[in-house]
Design a binder for this molecule. Structure first.
Ligand code: ATP
Length: 664
């Protein structure tokens, strides 16, 4: 039996027998005053009281009232271990919002506020951190890395989520158990895939996403629309898996469910029906709900999916003014009839919360150690090495992207080599040498910055999910991503740079060649740094290749090639000062022309030396060492900026306030 009510205080003394599942292996008697409750030992009793969520919009004018939208209106309820609770309702009714509020996953946003109190096994859960320690949140979108296999994906999560002292066998066991429990044995060694790469099925993807959150054995599982995007068969499979987790493993599962077919609806133990953020029904599933609506004069028609019927009768029909009024009146009547009792809070002493917070005053050392062992924020090195391995794997397995990149590099390398083949050392070659050096500086910047700019957006969904689950902090993530890009960018850079140097016959001498390579590498690093800044700023993979070139072109304009140093408009001088292409091009030019002489045909009075050419370019004060030092500073600056953006953009959620989130 399950009871809840919208905005109602729990009765002071009630005697209830909470639902027990088929094999509720271990049950404990919990007492609260004269209340007796049975709670499966493994599960978490989740109780919420007066949960409200509203968003206020800025008033259009000074005198206009502040507009507030009430999304959840004082909802209260209970769910106990070993049960599957479905949050249902028409689109926009507040299912995801309630799920998020219960899981402390309501995103921070202007004007948004959430209030209420949530208890796990009778103890108030006060912070998102506490909730993340006892629960798992499986997002609607199963963001996964496409080129990792199911086993690799789960092993990565297991290594970060299991206690830090877990042995390799324990990790392997945990992964194998989840693979078996979720019916993923046949798919275990198949890559996850995406729209472009053939991989596992949609249902299997969903189960992998669930599996990643089950590895640390959470007692409480929140799932946002676990069946969305799946065909009927796969949807049933996933819901059966969830039911199984509740029944066999005693877990508490809360899922928002959209339009379930009747076989899925039959799996649901408890139901919260929402409309306009208010409770329309809270109680046991299928039969109890049917009886409740029949008593209200809204019986389920014969041969009709009960879930469809319930959603129909709590939806507003806007097709005509009369229908709108009639359906609104019906909804008011149904809301009023949703007047049921809540269970009193489970006594905290009966069951300790599943995740004692090691920061809490009064937490014993043992509890602190256990909580730390859960490893939600593992030390730097574990996530760093795991992330390094995963990012490397994803990059090198992306054969299509790597091939395109290397084919383009080879093309430009040969093009430049052939066009500027074996330049002479006469006066005409001064222009050619300047040209090839500029092309090199430009190509280096475009290649690295634009290539890198999509790396973070392409991982963003997965990384945000993992960071929301507190699997790692931004620093190991950023460093591992940055380091993986280096060999992939640098080795081809050295190779192609060398081929071009000798094909075009740039300045002879080992020291000039090595200086040229060093400048090119520094520019490459700076380009990677800019790419990381752009990458950290973009949210979509599509934005990166469209916007990144614009930024590179800005730096290109102030490289000193298109516009004389002295003619840069005063208000744009700052762009010139941060143009890493400029510093690279200047240094390459000085390396090539400083103290160099070029043959002059007899009678030609316009012949110049390398130094005079540098003077014309306004590069006469430039030193290679000075520019390399500036490039090093730019590299550090770009990377610090990118890291700061990654920190700033980490997912953050609203804490539950105590004052009711107010609406009009
Ligand atoms: N931050 C916000 N600002 C403004 N409106 C919001 C915000 N969050 C949610 N809403 C609104 O609150 C209502 C409930 O949203 P919610 O996503 O919880 O509904 P839902 O029942 O899960 O819908 P669906 O089934 O379509 O996903 C919607 O009208 C939505 O537009």
């Amino acid at each position: 039996m399950f009871r809840g009510a919208s905005g109602k205080e729990p009765p002071s003394t009630v005697t209830v027998a909470l639902r027990t599942n088929e094999n509720a292996n271990a049950k404990k008697m919990a007492s609260h005053g004269d209340v007796r409750a049975i709670v499966p030992e493994d599960g978490v009793a989740l109780q919420w009281r007066d949960v409200s969520y509203s968003v206020t919009k800025k008033a259009k004018s000074k005198d206009a009232p502040v507009e507030a939208k009430v999304i959840l209106d004082g909802l209260s309820g209970d769910i106990f271990g070993g049960s599957l609770l479905a949050l249902m309702g028409p689109s926009g009714s507040g299912k995801t919002s309630l799920l998020n509020a219960l899981a402390f996953r309501v995103p921070k946003g202007p004007g948004a506020s959430v209030s209420g109190t949530i208890y796990a096994n009778g103890e108030e859960v006060a912070t998102p951190t506490k909730m993340s320690r006892i629960s798992a949140y499986v997002e609607q979108e199963d963001a996964l890395f496409a080129l990792s296999t199911v086993r690799e994906t789960l092993t990565f999560a297991a290594k970060l989520r299991l206690p830090s002292d877990a042995t390799a066998e324990e990790v392997e066991d945990a992964v194998s158990t989840v693979i078996a429990d979720l019916g993923l044995v046949a798919a275990a060694d198949t890559v996850v895939g995406n729209e472009m790469i053939r991989g596992i099925s949609g249902g299997e993807r969903k189960r992998v996403a669930i599996g990643m959150d089950l590895l640390h054995d959470p007692k409480l599982i929140f799932m946002d629309e676990p069946t969305s995007g799946l065909d009927a068969f796969q949807a049933l499979n996933v819901m059966t898996t969830l039911k199984d987790l509740a029944v066999r493993k005693g877990r508490t599962v809360v899922a928002s469910v959209h339009q379930p077919r009747s076989s899925i609806f039959a799996l649901v133990d408890h139901l919260v029906l929402l409309s306009g953020g208010r409770a329309m029904y809270q109680g046991d599933g299928h039969k109890a709900c049917s009886a409740h609506f029949a008593a209200l004069g809204e019986p389920v028609p014969k041969d009709f999916n009960p879930a469809d019927h319930f959603l129909d009768v709590i939806s507003i029909d806007y097709r005509s003014p009369e229908q709108t009024v009639a359906t609104k009146a019906r909804i008011e009547r149904i809301a009023k009839a949703c007047d049921v009792k809540l269970h009193p809070l489970v006594a905290p002493a009966a069951l300790a919360p599943a995740g004692a917070d090691d920061d809490d005053a009064g937490t014993t050392r043992k509890e602190g150690e256990d909580a730390a062992k859960v490893g939600f924020v593992a030390a730097f090195w574990v996530p760093f090495t795991l992330l390094l391995a995963r990012t490397w794997r994803e990059q090198v397995r992306d054969v299509a992207s790597l091939s395109i990149k290397y084919i383009m590099n080879t093309f430009f390398c040969l093009l430049f080599g052939i066009v500027y083949l074996r330049m002479k050392t006469d006066q005409t070659s001064i222009q050619d040498r300047t040209g090839i050096l500029f092309f090199q500086a430009m190509n280096q910047a475009f290649g690295s910055a634009i290539g890198i700019s999509k790396i973070i957006p392409s991982q963003l969904k997965v990384v945000n999910r993992e960071r929301a689950a507190r699997m790692y902090t931004p620093l190991p993530y950023y460093l591992s991503t940055f380091l993986v890009t280096l060999p992939l960018e640098l080795f081809p850079g050295i190779l192609y740079g060398t081929v071009i140097y000798f094909m075009t016959a740039l300045r002879e001498g080992t020291e000039y060649y090595l200086t040229y390579l060093a400048i090119m590498l520094l520019e490459n690093f700076a380009g990677i740094g800019l790419g990381m800044v752009l990458s950290a700023s973009f949210t979509s993979v599509e934005m990166a290749p469209q916007l990144a070139p614009a930024f590179v072109i800005l730096f290109l304009m102030f490289s000193g090639f298109f516009l004389n140093e002295n003619n840069v408009p005063i208000y744009l001088i700052w762009l010139r000062e941060v143009s890493f292409i400029r510093y690279a091009f200047q240094a390459l030019s000085v390396n090539e022309f400083k103290d160099a002489t070029f043959s002059c045909s007899s009678g030609d009075t316009s012949c110049i030396t390398g130094n005079e050419h540098l003077e014309r370019l306004n590069f006469d004060d430039v030193t290679v060492g000075g520019n390399c030092a500036i490039l090093a500073g730019i590299i550090v600056g770009f990377n610090l900026l990118a890291l700061a953006i990654v920190y700033y953009r980490q997912p953050s959620y609203l804490a539950l306030g105590k004052d009711k989130a107010k609406g009009t």
